[in-house]
Design a protein around this ligand. Structure first.
Ligand code: FAD
Length: 307
């Protein structure tokens, strides 16, 4: 119930104004967001890439304005040029939300998002790194996978996220388990109806294991995006039983979440990638992080009342 309310608030303009104006918010946002500009986020990227890998997200989503979509492409181009110039491209890639580059624009949204994503892939190729397409709510999955297929004809290294809470995902994992495919498997962060998604935590976890089994047994490169200790350990066991070495898959976690666990995995010689968001369009991302953990909400609510 609380999760549903917070995820609805993540798309409300009124709530956005209230949360953005609350004095306490900035400090909490800093836990999950590396900086409001590329320059302010780079020190975190440099620190993390000493022992871990990184994927950078220039925050933004649900764009209804073509100029804003182009500005997002420019921001990614600047980011990728900087990763190339500094040599960070060896250890840092980028994650892109297609709704930030035009997927929801009227009429030609999918085509605009494809063209814009292509420009980002060209910049990534020039820098010597890769791109992963984030996955948003279930209404975008077909369009995102169609854009992925188009992009992969020219840039076979483009990856995508699949969400274990969707009923369809085990089949999508099968489709994307071929050689060269890069799939980041997560539980899923949106409020989805029971007609398309498992809503019970145990069912989502069981689906995650089924999907991971398909990816680990396939020819592609699985990216295990979860902070859940049980799933992290199951991933290691499935990798071993599928004959995968430490370079044949990776773990991924979000910036600011389970730092000690991130370090522990990296120290064991396993690949650990941190998803690092930056920029001032943090509202939707921040609300989804609050929704994931009731303790976050209680802390946020207490801080609002005492400030
Ligand atoms: P949970 O059972 O939710 O969490 C396990 C434990 O992790 C918790 O007990 C807690 O200790 C810790 N934890 C989890 N979340 C938080 C938090 N917010 N604050 C503090 N502690 C926390 N979702 C999408 O829908 N689309 C995407 O494209 C997408 N990309 C992702 C990329 C990466 C690299 C990762 C790690 C996640 C991504 N997600 C995405 C989010 C994902 O779907 C989940 O919502 C999120 O990861 C929480 O699920 P969990 O597997 O960590 O398990």
């Amino acid at each position: 119930m609380l999760r549903t309310t917070l995820l609805a608030a993540a798309r409300s303009r009124t709530c956005r104004t209230l949360v953005e104006r609350a004095p306490v918010t900035r400090g909490l946002v800093a836990k999950y967001v590396a900086g409001s500009t590329l320059e302010s986020a780079l020190p975190a990227v440099e620190r993390l890439t000493a022992a871990r890998l990184v994927t950078l997200d220039h925050l933004g989503e649900d764009t209804r304005d073509a100029d804003q979509a182009h500005e997002t492409v420019d921001a990614y181009s600047r980011l990728l040029a900087e990763l190339g110039r500094t040599g960070l491209a060896d250890r840092a890639e980028v994650s892109v939300k297609l709704s930030a580059v035009g997927q929801f624009l009227p009429d030609d949204g999918e085509k605009i998002a494809l063209d814009n994503a292509r420009r980002i892939c060209e910049a990534a190729a020039a820098a010597g790194t890769t791109v992963t397409l984030d996955m948003e709510d279930h209404t975008t999955v077909d369009s995102t996978l169609a854009i992925l297929a188009e992009l992969r004809t020219d840039f076979p290294w483009v990856g995508a996220v699949l969400q274990a809470y969707l009923h369809r995902t085990q089949a999508d994992c099968r489709d994307l388990s071929g050689a060269g495919s890069r799939v980041r498997l997560c539980k899923g962060a949106y409020d989805e109806p029971a007609s398309v998604a498992y809503r019970d935590k145990a069912e989502v976890d069981r689906s995650y294991v089924r999907c991971l089994r398909v990816l680990m047994g396939g020819q592609g490169y699985p990216m295990v995006a979860s902070h859940d200790p049980r799933l992290v350990s199951i991933a290691g066991a499935l990798a071993d039983s599928s004959g995968r070495g430490p370079g044949d898959y990776e773990h991924q976690m979000l910036y600011g979440i389970r730092e000690n666990e991130q370090r522990r995995i990296a120290e064991q010689g396993r690949r650990m990638r941190v998803y690092v968001p930056y920029g001032d369009e943090w509202y939707g991302y921040f609300m989804r992080r609050l929704a994931e953990r009731p303790a976050n909400v209680a802390f946020f609510a207490r801080s609002l009342l005492t400030n």
